[in-house]
Design a protein around this ligand. Sequence first.
Ligand code: FNR
Length: 184
Amino acid sequence: MTKVGVLVGSLRKESYSKKLAKNVMGYFPEGFETELIEIGNLPFYNQDFDDENNAPEVLHEFRQKIGECDAFLFVTPEYNRSIPAVLKNALDTASRPKTDNKWGGKPAAIISQSPGGIGGFGANHHLRQMLTCVNVPVLQQPEAYIGNVATLMNESGAITNEGTAEFLQKFVVKFVDFIKRFED
Ligand code: FNR
């Protein structure tokens, strides 16, 4: 079983990112398990936590969870043309201590979204830059910038726009092929 950790860059209860993520998690084929990983309960990263005796329990649990994943799907909004701080915090947290970077070498894909027309392009590319530093190879094509997101789903969060659903299903097919390239 290949385990894909899903990280959502918004803590908002009615988050479009979270709703999109839940749809996309349903598109993975047999043999793939997806898990939404909580990032809102992490303290702000502090380098003192690199001494594991100083690290709070929640941080150990998060790092262990990231370590157990084989791949990652990031679904994020854009905040001021970058990723939300909560997602950056999660990236930093599991990247240290430097000798035990839990992300390293595992493949990932990014979906950015916005109620606006640009689809979170800035966040998507800032995240790519950060993932380079933590040694995470990112699916290059197709790119997923989901614009006008509020018009694409119903109130319960199901995607109602057929074109978007088809695009995201194909995106997952490509992501799965990409993940398989990294399997032993
Ligand atoms: C935003 N929003 C936003 N949208 C965008 O397309 N580009 C941007 O740079 C920003 N900047 C921004 C900053 C902050 C602090 C907030 C709170 C919001 C709007 C944002 O895309 C919108 O609120 C989304 O609905 C947030 O995603 P979730 O919470 O629905 O997943």
